[in-house]
Design a protein around this ligand. Sequence first.
Ligand code: SF4
Ligand code: SF4
Length: 447
Amino acid sequence: MFGTLKMHLGRFRHGVHPPEHKALTSHLPVRRLPFPDEIVLPVRQHAGKPARPIVKPGDRVERGDMVAAADGWVSVPIHASAAGTVTDVGLWPHQDGSYETAVRIAVDPNSAQAPRARLIPAWEGLAPKAIVEAVRHGGVVGLGGAAFPTHVKLSPPEDKPLDAIVINGCECEPYLTTDHRMMVDYPDRVHHGIRIMMRVLGVDRVLVGIEKNKPDAIERMRETAPKDLDVEILPLRVRYPQGAEKMLVEAVLAREVPSGGLPMDVGVIVQNVGSVASIAEIFETGLPLIERVVTVTGRGVKKPANLIVPVGTKIRDLLEACGGLTDDAREVVSGGPMMGAAIANFDAPVMKGTTGIVVLRDVDCEERTQMPCIRCGHCLDACPVFLNPQVLGKFAMNSRYDEMADDHHVWDCMLCGCCSYVCPSHIPLSQLFAASRTALRKSKATA
Ligand code: SF4
Ligand code: SF4
């Protein structure tokens, strides 16, 4: 249908290989962080429509209780990640610098934090639709950063037949080791999630792509792979941004996702290893998605770590649990340094899509003076989706946004930052493209 499944390139074209910096945390097993004094749960922490709060100040909530309901199909509910009392439903600092409606919970210091007794659904006896519904009620989203609702991904339209599931174990962003440790410390849970996904989607072939800089993860995933399923663990060349869905599909299946299309257009669903483990957790514990693994790292934090934290833990509390900042700490970034964003307010909480917190020092954030383009072509050689960043950059600097969209495919840009990374003139190309897209959205909204 879509060509042979044996076609495995182990690589995609272009991209870059920035310094990895993963040794700071790649050897550290995941450990659990004690419950903080307060949890803050923004209603906007997934792709799609924000959730609707269903609690009010004074309400008592137990761990796992729903505090905000999904608002439509492309939306997910949000659940209390600790037992306590709701103190406020109002505006609170968000990681993106804005203020967003959030449910604040004063954590009960005397609670054992045991969840209510729940019926744990046995997925083996459920129809695929009922499994998807359980995942939806569990508020599961992609944990690789984009936080796209998982139940939507598990419900492809009938006219998009699938013949493969690709599991994303690349974690190509420098510094981050969340997925790496998930595969080393919880490989059985990942495989359990894969089994559930295969049943839901009716697909009998799975390829797990893992970059070769995680040999222990490759080994653990191979050792624990179930013998009765067709699950292949594929070591991949280390290259950024291989964790982007389109790049990964090219690397493991040699299929090109069309411009403006999705992996399902070429018969594939891609799911991150952490998200797959979250699917399994729903059916292992009965608990919704209320905690996640976060890497807190960088040479600007005293004790880097891989932590399991309740969603809603403030960044401030996370940094404190890791010994605090060093004297030369300069910038705190949510996500990796290539695609992450600086955090202005440490009261902003960890969200379902928060993969890591990276603290950079003065020396890591060297000021670079922007120079004129010398037309060297390095940005063209780096762009993984074959755009022309040099031309796009020229148009962006002249506010020629419509031409960027109509003639130069700016909407295909993944904002991966490869072009900015290689540019010898230090032109902040990907930031220019992000700003251009914001301008295009605004002009469309007012048209
Ligand atoms: S890498 Fe920078 S200097 Fe070179 S062509 Fe691209 S924009 Fe110009
Ligand atoms: S940021 Fe956009 S233009 Fe630049 S390399 Fe990535 S995809 Fe290409």
